[in-house]
Design a protein. Structure first.
Length: 421
């Protein structure tokens, strides 16, 4: 990166620090917010609605703050300003008047999520930008691993401290780590300008309207719907359906998930890079493992919630392997010059749209009978649904490949399924 006079490089360690501290702060708050809502009397259906509101606000916020970042041409002011505002807003949850009203909770949820939405996409964009401009030998994955370390490590610590100090620790722990994160941004992140993309690159909706891309997005949405019952409600399931499950267990389950994410993130690319396995085969395997994971939850005895720790290593495959294969898949089928935009869509569709809709859907369904199906039946329904979708998805891929073969079509930018399937 050749900056202007007086500009300094962003030290690579600050990228890792931002990933680590951002994830650790969110592990204190984001992983336990559903438990906090449950403890103050919010129903499962209302938790689903609040989670959906969180994801919608985050989706809108990420898009808005990305535009602001592009307009300013640098990351520092956006990260510092939004993080500070969002951190202040979450303390409104502690006001008795807010806790007593669903609509006040929703307002705090939406406003804080709008500002805190920069934590993931803006930091990721900064990592990619800095690594490219400095022509570093390090890869994005070398930075992303610290996110898993921060998330997993702090989840375990936060769970234990919540047991000792009460649920209020999730707020003070979040604020303390955010203060360290802001200090790194203020003291070590220069106000450097990022390079602007060429104005000649025009992206139209039509470039994404082909079978390969739309089928890929459909798979991402359905998988996100299936994963949302685990991501959004597993801790509520442990908190409500088991006998005296400690908050330490809730943190420990997240830690085990992240421990098994790290090696998968680091080595899963060898499956398609060296062994030449099809990406769609990897994605199908992820669906089967997710179905098995959901079925295992239905076998847990209410008297021994700690057995969930034997199931959570499967998260390394159901998320890390899926996400790595999805990112690679998206990169291969992206229209020319649209790789970055494709990855932005992948993040938004999975984390906000699919997870948001899924959380709103599973919330009412997870209500105890007769108001809903209960968690046990939801997990069984989820397992059956993802297997059925896996068969449909593979059938679509097979039909597409045979159609290409019948026409004698080669691999083109618009028809690359022979490359990824």
């Amino acid at each position: 990166m050749s900056g202007e006079a007086g500009q300094s490089h962003t030290p690579l360690w600050t990228l890792k620090a931002c990933q680590l501290l951002g994830a650790a702060a969110w592990a204190c708050f984001g992983r336990f917010i559903n438990v906090f809502w449950s403890d103050i009397g919010v129903t499962r259906a209302e938790i689903g609605a609040l989670s959906l509101a969180t994801m919608v606000a985050s989706f809108i916020g990420a898009g808005f703050w990305s535009l602001v970042t592009d307009r300013l041409g640098e990351f520092k002011r956006v990260l510092v300003g939004t993080s500070l505002a969002g951190t202040i807003l979450i303390f409104l949850y502690l006001l008795p008047g807010v806790q007593a009203s669903f609509w006040w909770l929703a307002l705090v949820c939406v406003s804080s999520s709008f500002f805190l939405s920069t934590g993931g996409p803006i930091i990721d964009a900064m990592c990619l930008s800095v690594l490219k401009e400095q022509e570093s030998e390090e890869q994005y994955g070398d930075q992303r691993l610290w996110c898993a370390v921060g998330w997993g490590g702090m989840s375990l610590v936060a769970g234990q401290l919540i047991d000792l100090l009460g649920i209020g620790f999730m707020f003070w722990g979040f604020a303390s780590i955010q203060a360290c994160y802001l200090a790194v941004c203020l003291c070590y992140m220069p106000m450097q300008k990022q390079k602007q993309e060429s104005a000649g690159e025009q992206v139209t909706l039509k470039q994404f309207l082909n079978f390969d891309v739309m089928w890929f997005f459909a798979n991402l949405i359905i998988y996100g719907l299936a994963m949302s019952v685990v991501e959004s409600f597993l801790l509520v399931f442990l908190n409500e359906d088991f006998d005296n499950a400690p908050k330490l267990l809730l943190g420990a389950s997240t830690t085990v998930m992240c421990i098994f994410e790290v090696p998968v993130f680091k080595y899963i690319d060898h499956v398609w890079a060296r062994r030449k396995e099809r990406l769609t085969s990897v994605l199908m395997a992820c669906k089967l493992v997710l179905a098995f994971r959901c079925f295992c939850y239905t076998l847990l005895p209410p008297s021994n919630p700690w057995l969930v720790l034997l199931i959570e290593p499967l998260h390394g495959f159901t998320f890390a392997a899926m996400w790595s294969a999805t990112v690679e898949y998206g990169q291969r089928i992206a229209p020319p010059g649209c790789v970055a935009r494709m990855q932005a869509l992948v993040n938004g569709i999975y984390y906000q749209i699919a997870m948001g809709i899924g959380t709103a859907m599973w919330g009412p369904l997870a209500m105890a009978p007769p108001k809903g199906l209960g968690f046990q039946n939801c997990f069984r329904l989820d397992a059956a649904g993802i297997i059925i979708w896996g068969i449909i998805f593979q059938a679509g891929i097979l039909i597409r490949r045979r159609s290409q073969a019948a026409r004698g079509a080669g691999i083109t930018a618009e028809q690359p399924l022979t490359e990824v399937s």
